[in-house]
Ligand binder design. Structure first.
Ligand code: E4P
Length: 220
């Protein structure tokens, strides 16, 4: 499963990419607002740091306007993915952008049927928001599992990008469900690295190493 960072904070992206495990980045208007900088400046910096897919979202509500915004975003860098909200006008726009060779990520997906429509419109990625479904007492992961199954049933090539991930268990479950990608906050990526037994194991290894006769010279 590929790992994307869900952030518009370039420092977080720099650190994640340096770790060698980040395959792409997703942003959204709320994350852009949190970054507090000009959106174009931020995105241009992100695409320099991360060579993988970087999602930047359109904000128009009509298809023609979404397509216009999408064309502008796509011109900024070859690895930009135009993120389009799931709605009838959005699907229309995705169909058009796809026909122009522009890659898209259909966002704000909360049902398998919505995911199916996004795939049929030609989306490159579809983003089921599992955490937000959990928030209202529904099983977000079930939607991810079923979306993966439906796409497999019909050989749909759209990648399932599990989004709105809140904790490490979501990541494990998304991988078990067969999601192609999980996009997560930087904090969750950090949590994936840590385990108390790793920390205590490392501590005792380093302590024992001091008793090895050539410990101080072997790596010179
Ligand atoms: C995905 O692309 C979205 O940016 C994101 O995962 C939304 O997550 P949230 O529900 O934590 O805001």
């Amino acid at each position: 499963m590929k790992i994307f960072l869900d952030t518009a904070d370039v420092e977080e992206i720099r650190q994640g990419v340096a770790m060698g495990v980040v395959d792409g980045v997703t942003t959204n208007p709320s994350l852009a607002a949190k970054a507090g900088r000009n959106f174009k400046d931020v995105v241009l910096e992100i695409v320099e740091i991360c060579p993988g897919p970087v999602s930047a979202e359109t904000v128009a509500l009509g298809a023609d306007e979404i397509v216009r915004e999408g064309r502008i975003l796509a011109k900024w860098a070859p690895n930009i993915i135009v993120k389009v909200p799931l709605m009838a006008e959005g699907l229309k726009a995705v169909r058009q952008l796809t026909s122009e060779g522009i890659k898209t990520n259909v966002t704000l997906v909360f049902s398998v049927n919505q995911a199916l429509l996004a795939a049929k419109a030609g989306a490159t990625f579809v983003s089921p928001f599992l955490g937000r479904l959990d928030d209202i007492g529904q099983d977000g992961m079930q939607m991810v599992r079923e979306t993966v199954e439906v796409f497999r049933n019909y050989g749909l090539v759209t990648e399932v990008l599990a989004a709105s991930i809140r904790h490490p268990l979501h990541v494990t479950q998304a991988a078990l469900a067969g999601a192609d990608i999980a996009t997560m906050p930087f904090k969750v990526l950090g949590m994936l690295v840590k385990h108390p037994l790793t920390d205590s194991g490392l501590e005792s290894f380093l302590k024992d190493w001091e008793k090895v006769p050539d410990a101080k010279t072997v790596f010179l």
